[in-house]
Design a protein around this ligand. Structure first.
Ligand SMILES: NC(=O)c1ccc[n+]([C@@H]2O[C@H](COP(=O)([O-])OP(=O)(O)OC[C@H]3O[C@@H](n4cnc5c(N)ncnc54)[C@H](O)[C@@H]3O)[C@@H](O)[C@H]2O)c1
Length: 260
């Protein structure tokens, strides 16, 4: 049985993670931390109560792995607290800088403790990116359309940028081969140009959660690779996979694709 703690346990992702951990026969929820609703039972399936202090939760409950879905401004300190106290962090919170990721990498190696950071825990979304990378070898033209709810503050999405980067790793300099000279009569109509001239188009409207379609074209054919997130449960198989992997490995891992 892997002893699991959750930081940010009362948040939208935290609550989903808490339920997923409680339902898994290989995982035991031993502690839950949040800055809100301290002392409240974490969910109807568990008698674990919310603690306000991460270090105190670690010292009193000794989790093997701590899952973090909090906020960008707290995640770095949380991860350091875990590693300093012998706990393996699994981090879903976005917003870590490259420098912070390097510090965590060095700490994880120095302590010989696993640490996994994944900006996207949706296995389907990761596969969509991996398939797009494969397809990029065979097509000279490609564009990305990403579609999200209208409360998303950044555009394009991190997943779209990462997908373009993975496609560009095919070595192609451009994915707009043979396009004629273009004039935009309405600015932005052709989206933003990213790695290897891959255009990314961002749609924002209520109804969507997180979707992405990667379009490849060549003479006489179109290949469309699409992924749709219907709700937050789409992240849970990836989170559980990460917890089970990192409980048994002493590596630093960035990106769920590294263990798929
Ligand atoms: N990696 C992924 O696949 C993935 C998927 C969805 C969301 N996210 C990211 O996860 C994070 C959380 O998202 P959310 O929608 O659950 O947000 P949320 O605001 O609903 O939840 C955050 C929770 O963390 C708590 N919290 C904040 N600071 C804390 C601290 N220092 N210690 C303990 N608890 C603290 C808050 O009280 C809140 O309950 C965001 O960064 C989001 O971008 C990642």
């Amino acid at each position: 049985m892997i002893r699991v703690g959750v930081v940010g346990a009362m948040g939208k992702m935290g609550q989903e993670v808490v339920r997923a951990v409680c339902e898994d026969k290989d995982l035991e929820l031993v502690c839950a931390v949040d800055i809100n609703q301290i002392d409240k039972e974490v969910c109807a399936m568990s008698e674990v109560r919310i603690m306000g202090d991460l270090k105190a939760a670690i010292l009193s409950h000794k989790p093997d792995v701590m899952i973090d879905f909090t906020q960008p401004k707290y995640v770095f300190e949380n991860a350091k607290t875990c590693l300093e106290n012998g706990v393996r962090p699994v981090i879903g919170t976005t917003g870590l800088s490259d420098e912070q990721i390097e510090v965590l990498n060095a700490m994880s190696q120095a302590k010989n403790l696993g640490c996994l950071i994944a900006p996207n825990f949706s296995t389907g979304a990761i596969l969509m990116m991996m398939f797009a990378k494969q397809a990029a070898k065979y097509f000279d033209n490609a564009e990305i359309i990403e579609l999200h709810h209208n409360q998303k503050k950044d555009a394009p999405s991190g997943t779209a940028i990462k997908t373009a980067l993975m496609m560009a790793e095919s070595g192609k300099m451009t994915f707009e081969n043979g396009n004629c000279a273009e004039t935009e009569t309405i600015q932005g109509s052709r989206g933003g140009k990213s790695y290897s001239d891959i255009h990314i188009h961002s749609v924002r409207m209520p109804g969507y959660i997180a979707s992405q379609e990667v379009l490849f074209g060549s003479s006489g054919q179109i290949l469309s690779i699409r992924h749709d997130s219907m709700d937050r449960q789409c992240y849970m198989s990836g989170v559980k996979m990460a917890v089970k992997y990192i409980a048994e490995h002493n590596e630093f891992i960035y990106g769920l694709e590294k263990i798929m």
